[in-house]
Design a protein around this ligand. Structure first.
Ligand SMILES: [Zn+2]
Ligand SMILES: [Zn+2]
Ligand SMILES: [Zn+2]
Length: 255
């Protein structure tokens, strides 16, 4: 939707240009109010989406909880104080004035904004792993489903249920446009040298990411340990040189 609105309907100039209007969004966790810069084409202007693994685990956990409650809303960024996703309800009215002529682009948040839930990503490398983790927003018409974000039970696209039969959490959210959507996790890259591409329930992805990040960092600390050994050798050799010098000096002094 925002792509087709990339140019202003009134003045035809690009809507993504600065100055960017701001949306006032309150963090649902710590209560901090943020002014989020959002271009009039609906794209948040300053959201840094390259996350470290720990931060994306928190992002996934928030997506799991929001999905289970059946109201993920549209994410526009992360709270600068606590990293919690800043979200706006699908049907909340949003007005973004054109940066050139001030013509307002207005509508429901889901239609006007580019949802940032799937944007943050992280990469885990080391220990035979080279994987990128991010969320995906799946629409049940595509036939791709991730499964229950909470317990991982399957969520067939042809099943009219919007709650998990196993744990009762919401599995599908019906957007105002009638489309059923679900957040899941995408894991892409290689594992043990083989291609690894999967769509997994968010809860499973959190556990998988924690494991992979630990394997990756073990691999890295292995490298650090080698470095340490190298330094140790250098010290040993240096001490040896000092020792030889001392003996030489002693021999010279005894003469
Ligand atoms: Zn916060
Ligand atoms: Zn305009
Ligand atoms: Zn479940």
């Amino acid at each position: 939707m925002p792509l087709s609105r990339a140019r202003c309907p009134a003045c035809t100039l690009p809507l993504g240009d600065p100055p960017h209007p701001t949306l006032v969004v309150r963090c649902g966790r710590c209560g901090l109010t943020s002014n989020v810069a959002v271009a009039a084409d609906g794209t948040p202007a300053a959201f840094d989406v390259a996350f470290v693994p720990n931060k994306i685990v928190g992002w996934f956990a928030a997506a799991r909880v929001a999905t289970a409650q059946g109201a993920p809303g549209v994410a526009v960024g992360a709270c600068s104080a606590c990293s919690t996703p800043l979200t706006i309800a699908y049907d909340a009215p949003v007005v973004l004035p054109c940066p050139h002529c001030s013509e307002p682009i207005s509508g429901a948040a889901v239609d006007v904004l580019v949802d940032q839930w799937p944007e943050p990503w992280t990469k885990v490398e080391g220990g035979g792993i080279d994987l990128e983790y991010r969320l995906g927003l799946f629409d049940d018409k595509t036939g791709i489903t991730a499964g229950c974000a909470t317990c991982g039970a399957p969520t067939p696209p042809n099943d009219p249920a919007v709650r998990c039969r196993a744990c009762g959490a919401a599995t599908w959210v019906v957007r105002p446009d009638g489309v059923r959507v679900q957040l899941g996790a995408r894991v892409n890259g290689t594992r043990g040298g083989r291609p690894f591409n999967a769509v997994v329930p968010i809860g499973h992805a959190e556990a998988m990411l924690r494991r992979d990040a630990a394997l990756g960092s073990n691999d890295r600390s292995g490298g650090a340990l080698l470095g340490f050994t190298g330094v140790g050798c250098a010290i040993f050799i240096a001490l040896g040189v000092v020792g030889i010098l001392a003996i030489v000096l002693l021999v010279v002094a005894l003469r």
